[in-house]
Design a protein around this ligand. Structure first.
Ligand code: CA
Length: 613
């Protein structure tokens, strides 16, 4: 029954939003909500010579505060104040010349929904590139109003995967133990080339028609929530696509960073470096990410409002749980802090995850809202992408163990957790859409894959699985992006192999898949693994032992990194934890250990034990 109300509600919203309005006028945000804490709203209006009109609003819902004209006469920025007591409703914004009306826009205010949102260390995130995952609707593969067409033979072209494909695979993900989905951007990317990845947006308010409609995205979020899966939406404030509609007719020259037509140096370190030159620091944030992605100047006050309101709009419109912000250090950091403040004012529990692709723990910790580093700057981000631990996870099982190599890489990064308030909220990952597939990082060795996933799922942090790594997909960044963004086999009707099913997977694929399923689903029920304290012991003799525990439960993890020899773990060194326990259960094999005095672990392996009193 509820569903019908929902669809009926949507029909009303969309009817109001679009059908009555002149197709030539663009108003963004296209609608808004009552009961926002901040009652201010700034509308971007785009229409030929709109600056030559008078704006008239006759409504008790809002007060017209100010009409701002900018360099380009085709734009107006209208400041509104929503009435404290306004209930959902709509009003006309009339643009008049003298007594004659030029154009009108019917603006809708809906009621804000109060929901708790956000993700935590209890979650297990699945990062997916929708174009490459599953094609749930072949009818939307090409659209008349977008440039790039489907061609699965071309790794840089569109492949046809979509939002419906994600919906179709929710049960697969749920079974795997996934509790949150982070899809690379679904917003329109109508660029002429390389549009499939989503990071060159050409319309901030519209889902790309080749992925689906805005309404389909809303339905996707709703279906995820029904299955207790959260949705993390990917956004980009640093840049846009070169064919964005406002790029063709900019409101103001300063909308973009054009006085510095060079590419960024990709050195996020210049943002924190006390010795950084002005040249380097400027090149980092004002340089373009690539030539096809114009760099947005968030010092332009209209653009700043525009971006902040866009994220609030998606939170309320689609009911998402979190935002993953692309290229966080490349945008002006003062603006980014303002954005986080604004989001958290409306949604205190909402999670903001910043992509912080930086080498060192200190650099990354600087960008996290709970940083312990006293510089006077606070990003307000709830969490960051833990690249330093990623680098360590890629090294650890490939290297010989030494003072600073092999397992010590893991140990040494975790030691630096004192720079974070709570490192357990860090988002961890073995690989992602920009770097080598983990399987390729570990020389396509299954034992190292199991160690990597086992470690990530049991150490501190909020783990992320990059789609396809559960079935041993390979690929290296320097082989070209298409090699790390291949289609998930079975996502297309014509696929000969369907790796979404046990029968369609090889034995090795099933070994890893079953392992992840076991550990991730166990993790869901284990406070020790999701909230517990981490205590680890300095790696020794090719082994690394750590515990996750609460007052009531404990998990012991043993990594043996030796290529040929088994190891025996003697209770004595670990007595501070083990003294409370008499037996253990291997959470993967279900094997029981009735004596913890000497635990034998095979070569090149991970052993995960639930400790029993
Ligand atoms: Ca499709």
């Amino acid at each position: 029954m509820k569903k019908y109300f929902f669809i009926f509600g949507l029909i009303i919203i969309f009817t109001n939003m679009f059908s009555q309005n002149d197709a030539k006028i663009k108003v963004e945000p296209p609608n808004w909500w009552t009961e926002m804490k901040n009652k201010e709203l700034q509308l971007l209006v785009y229409y030929p010579n709109i600056a030559e009109t008078d704006v008239v609003i006759d409504s008790k819902l809002v007060k017209l505060v100010k009409v701002n004209t900018v360099e380009n006469k085709n734009y107006l920025f209208i400041d509104l104040l929503i009435d404290e007591n306004a209930k959902a409703g709509n009003f006309d914004i009339a643009f008049n010349k003298g007594k004659k009306n030029v154009v009108k826009y019917n603006y809708v205010l809906n009621e804000k929904t109060a929901q708790k949102r956000g993700f935590s260390s209890a979650d297990f995130i699945y990062l997916v590139m929708p174009d490459r995952f599953a094609n749930g609707n072949p009818d939307n593969d090409n659209s008349a109003d977008t440039y790039q067409k489907v061609n699965r033979e071309d790794g840089h072209a569109r492949h046809g995967g979509d939002i419906q494909g994600l919906v179709n695979k929710l049960d697969y993900l749920k079974e795997l133990g996934v509790t949150a989905i982070w899809a690379t951007p679904i917003q329109e990317n109508n660029t002429k080339i390389y549009s499939y990845h989503g990071y060159g947006m050409t319309d901030f308010y519209r889902a790309d028609p080749r992925l689906g409609t805005n309404e389909e995205y809303v339905e996707f979020v709703k279906k995820c929530h029904q299955k207790e899966i959260k949705v993390i939406m990917d956004m980009v404030f640093n840049h846009c696509g070169d064919t964005h509609w406002w790029i063709k007719d900019l409101p103001e020259k300063s909308w973009l960073n054009t006085d510095s037509l060079f590419t960024t140096n990709y050195r996020g370190s210049t943002v924190v470096d006390p010795h950084a030159s002005e040249y380097d620091a400027k090149k980092m944030v004002a340089g373009w990410f690539v030539a096809r992605m114009p760099d947005l100047n968030q010092y332009n006050k209209y653009l700043a409002n525009y971006l902040i309101q866009n994220s609030l709009w998606w939170i309320e419109f689609a009911g998402i749980d979190a935002i993953r912000m692309d290229t966080q250090p490349y945008s002006y950091k003062e603006f980014m802090a303002k954005w986080a403040e604004r989001v958290h004012l409306e949604y205190p529990d909402f999670t903001l995850l910043g992509e912080t692709w930086l080498d060192d723990v200190a650099n990354v910790a600087y960008f996290k809202g709970d940083t312990k580093i006293q510089t006077g700057y606070n990003s307000g981000l709830n969490t960051i992408t833990d690249f330093p631990l990623n680098y360590a996870m890629r090294d650890a099982f490939n290297q010989e163990d030494g003072w600073a190599s092999g397992l010590s890489r893991l140990y040494s990064v975790l030691v630096q957790d004192f720079l974070y308030g709570d490192a357990n909220t860090n988002v961890t990952f073995l690989d992602n859409h920009d770097i080598d597939r983990y399987f390729s990082s570990v020389d396509e060795k299954l034992d190292k894959m199991l160690m990597g996933f086992g470690f990530m799922l049991t150490t501190r942090g909020t783990p992320t699985l990059y789609y396809g790594s559960e079935i041993l997909m390979n690929g290296k960044e320097h082989w070209g992006h298409p090699t790390i963004r291949k289609d998930f086999p079975g996502g297309w009707k014509e696929d000969k192999i369907n790796a979404f099913t046990k029968e369609g997977r090889t034995d090795d694929q099933n070994t890893l898949h079953n392992f992840i399923t076991k550990v991730a689903n166990y993790r869901k029920t284990s406070k020790a693994l999701t909230e517990g304290k981490l205590v680890h012991f300095v790696p020794d003799n090719n082994t690394y032992v750590y515990f996750r525990y609460t007052d009531n439960e404990a998990v012991m993890v043993i990594l043996n990194n030796h290529n040929t020899e088994e190891r025996t773990i003697n209770k004595e060194r670990y007595a501070e934890i083990l003294k409370k326990y008499s037996s253990a259960t291997n959470i993967v094999t279900a094997e029981k250990l009735t004596n913890l005095d000497n635990i034998k672990v095979p070569k090149k392996s991970i052993t995960i034990l639930q400790l029993n009193k």
